[in-house]
Design a protein around this ligand. Sequence first.
Ligand code: ZN
Length: 437
Amino acid sequence: MPFFIPSRSKMTTMEWNEFGVAERLMRYVQIDTQSDPNSTSFPSTEKQKNLAQLLLSELKEIGLEDAEMDANGYVMATIPSTIDDSASQVLSSEKLKLPVICFCAHIDTAPDCSGTDVKPILHKKYTGAPIVLPDDSSQIITVEKYPYLKNFIGKDIITASGKTLLGSDDKAGVAILVSFAAYLMAHPAIKHGPIKLLFTPDEEVGRGADFIDFKKLNADFGYTLDGGALGCFEMESFSADQLILTIDGVMAHPGSAKGVMQNAIKIAADIIAALPKAEWCPEHTEAKEGFVHPTNIEGGAEQVKIEFLIRDFDTPTLEQYEQRILQIAENVLQQNPNYNRSAVSIQVKQQYRNMREVIDQYPQMVELALSAYKRAGIEPIIEPIRGGTDGSRMSFMGLPTANIFTGMQAIHSKQEWIGVSDMQQAIQVLAYMVEIN
Ligand SMILES: [Zn+2]
């Protein structure tokens, strides 16, 4: 059944500005929700549930009656459809189905920088002068360092106080979604289909999609609110494998090793030395170029294992990269007679895949977002993500998911900041996406 994609909107700027997204962000960032990559529990830190609990009560207060937090700390809620029966009959008689859209944000903050006792500061009508953060005067935010900041001269921005990150990644997304829900619930005359809200823990440690109950969510496609500058729209990520190269040397007692021993450590050193140094590696690639990246090496004279990250936007290319590594390793053995009885082998583990492979099958979801950007007067910036996101995992777990901007800048650092108007614009985009006349 094709989806019915609405167009046009009657909303004015004044209305959605009133819904307190800055105030929400400043409250949420004061709750420490840092996740922990070394934890084996889920969520990785119990304290993330403190924010989940608060969201649950706020969503209920707004009127989302089915809001629920599950045992893993995921919060789910529905903004009910405001389409009356006669309208949905027309839709179904025309064999059109309103899509159920999911909007998602993560509640945890990055382990890279402290998230304890965050003191958010609202800088009203930013002057353009350097901002010296009060709790650490060596932390200075300037327009030279962050040219994007120039867009906010005369407007409101929010920073932390110098000792912690701000946590706009991704509490800006959380604040945008709650404000958006509050706006729609206060304006029942706005016609829209069913909308699902999803708040996830542990995104920063790569586990945010692990326990999403997709059946219960029951959405057709989704968008994470977890992007940066105004206008950015992300629907493409790396495809990623891990490769383990095993080198088996030949052991002998060192006292009687002449003509026998073939030292795996020396072979490993030769293989690493044979890798290209000025290309095909993270430090020399950008934009849509892929790479291979040795991340770990361990072993001894008898056996060495080298771990590589394999990355490209084109999934079949990963296999070419893997074969090229094997070829380089085999050449090292062949070119040195002292390595003639040693062996190399590779083992490949799939990590994640380019979400575009899924999203390309849902052109409506891209069109829906981009036409809303345009209606809001925002030029879309579509750039591939040189990494993986929960959205890329969710896309392959059954929910095609792209990523929308929130405004967050200098994330995972003490100089993190965000312009309030970017968050407000994101709310407007969401409203344009869902409204039907
Ligand atoms: Zn994030």
